[in-house]
Write a protein that binds this ligand. Structure first.
Ligand SMILES: *Cc1c(COP(=O)(O)O)cnc(C)c1O
Length: 380
């Protein structure tokens, strides 16, 4: 077959092949300007007026994100949470939504603290449980079904295609938080999701130095226009410098993910065979309950997130205290590997078991990472 379309890998590396029309610079400029010169006839050059509406530094990375997710368009936000909140703010009093129990801790916290006060009904279902979804859906009243796959920190898998079909049949939209899988592994819109959410803070930027979020829509519609208005009216937008850094970081997304997938698979297998580790949660393991669905909707690997259970809190805390190469820090998706006792980070009320340790696998040499875990596990 003759190849006619440029691959997304190449487009991503080349930042969509952009160059500056005036200077022919390949790296894009940063436009710190918040305001833009108006013409005598009241019009604006390229319709750019004020940065809360638009800034030229947003354009390239915003278009690339839409392409990466096979979407129609994207909207940048100042954080992943700002993107999640914009989705909630587009709801109306009396609406009903379905969240998975394993939804990101910040999203769960937000829904429980604020959404309920706004007169929005929230149902929680076990991650990926189709019969629980079927009982939770209220035709005409359910406006949003939230999918997160793999979900944090048990990495449970949800079948995006079957969930989307069920939600659409009940008249509900589907939003998929794709932060963990990244568009390299899964493109939720291809499986029926209406909107994809990313904390770009994580894998998309990949270097732990940008806080940003993005929503990508499958098509233009009334709901999307409301979200765009919320971004503009609420103003939770990134600075031009952050947008520039995200474009720089995302260029290496495919190579980072390739290395991360390989490293994580080797480490998950090492951990599974270690006598001190009671359980390993990683979708790439054949023994993992969601493995078959993960294989169907994750392409080229199973990502970089692994959790392990040590049997008791004391051993878990000891383990994270003894690593030298894994850095003791929250967050995920950075080039360096991170280790976290998740329950104590989430605090009181967290559903995360206190013997669980979460690992975010980076792009270091895998034998260095295994050496570190081996010595830390020795006297745990
Ligand atoms: C980090 C994260 C978020 C929130 O993103 P921020 O950029 O920290 O606001 C949302 N969803 C998932 C899955 C995350 O890991």
């Amino acid at each position: 077959m003759k190849k006619t379309e440029l691959s997304l890998e190449t487009k991503t590396v080349q930042g969509l092949g952009w160059f500056d029309g005036d200077t022919h610079s390949l790296a894009p400029p940063i436009y710190p300007s918040t305001t833009f010169l108006r013409n005598e006839d009241l019009s604006y050059h390229n319709d750019v007026k004020y940065t809360r509406s638009d800034n030229p530094t947003y354009n390239q990375v915003s278009r690339l994100l839409a392409e990466l997710e096979n979407g129609y368009s994207s909207q940048l936000f100042s954080s992943g949470m700002a993107a999640a909140v914009a989705i909630f703010q587009a709801l109306k009093k009396g609406d009903h939504i379905v969240l998975p129990q394993g939804v990101y801790g910040g999203t769960r916290h937000w829904a429980n603290k604020y959404l309920i006060n706004w007169g929005i009904d929230v149902s929680y279902i076990p991650d990926g449980d189709a019969s629980a979804l079927s009982s939770a859906l209220i035709s005409g009243k359910t406006k949003l079904v939230w999918i997160e796959t793999p979900s944090n920190p048990n990495w449970n898998i949800t079948d995006i295609k079957s969930f989307s079909e069920m939600a659409h049949a009940a008249g509900s939209m589907v939003i998929c938080d794709n932060t963990i899988a990244t568009p390299v592994l899964t493109k939720p819109i291809d499986f029926g999701a209406d909107i994809v959410l990313h904390s770009a803070t994580k894998y998309l930027n990949g270097h732990g130095d940008v806080l940003m979020g993005v929503l990508i829509t499958e098509s233009d519609n009334e709901h999307w226009q409301i979200i765009k208005r919320i971004a503009h009216d609420g103003g939770a937008l990134p600075g031009s410098f952050e947008s520039w850094l995200l474009l720089r970081g995302i260029r290496t997304l495919y190579v980072r993910m390739e290395r991360i997938n390989k490293n994580a698979m080797v480490i998950a297998e090492f951990l599974q065979s270690h006598p001190k580790v009671k359980a390993v949660y990683y979708p790439g393991l054949c023994s993992f309950p969601g493995h078959d669905v993960a294989k169907k909707q994750m392409n080229g690997g199973f990502g970089g997130m692994i959790s392990i259970r040590l049997g008791n809190k004391e051993s878990a805390v000891k383990l994270q205290g003894k690593t030298n190469i894994f850095r003791r820090a929250t967050s995920l998706g950075t080039v360096e590997s991170l280790i976290e006792h998740r329950a104590s980070y989430e605090g009181a009320g967290s559903p995360v078991p206190d013997d669980l340790i979460r690992l975010s696998i980076g792009i270091e040499r895998v034998d260095d990472l295994i050496m570190d875990l081996e010595q830390a596990l020795k006297d745990t």
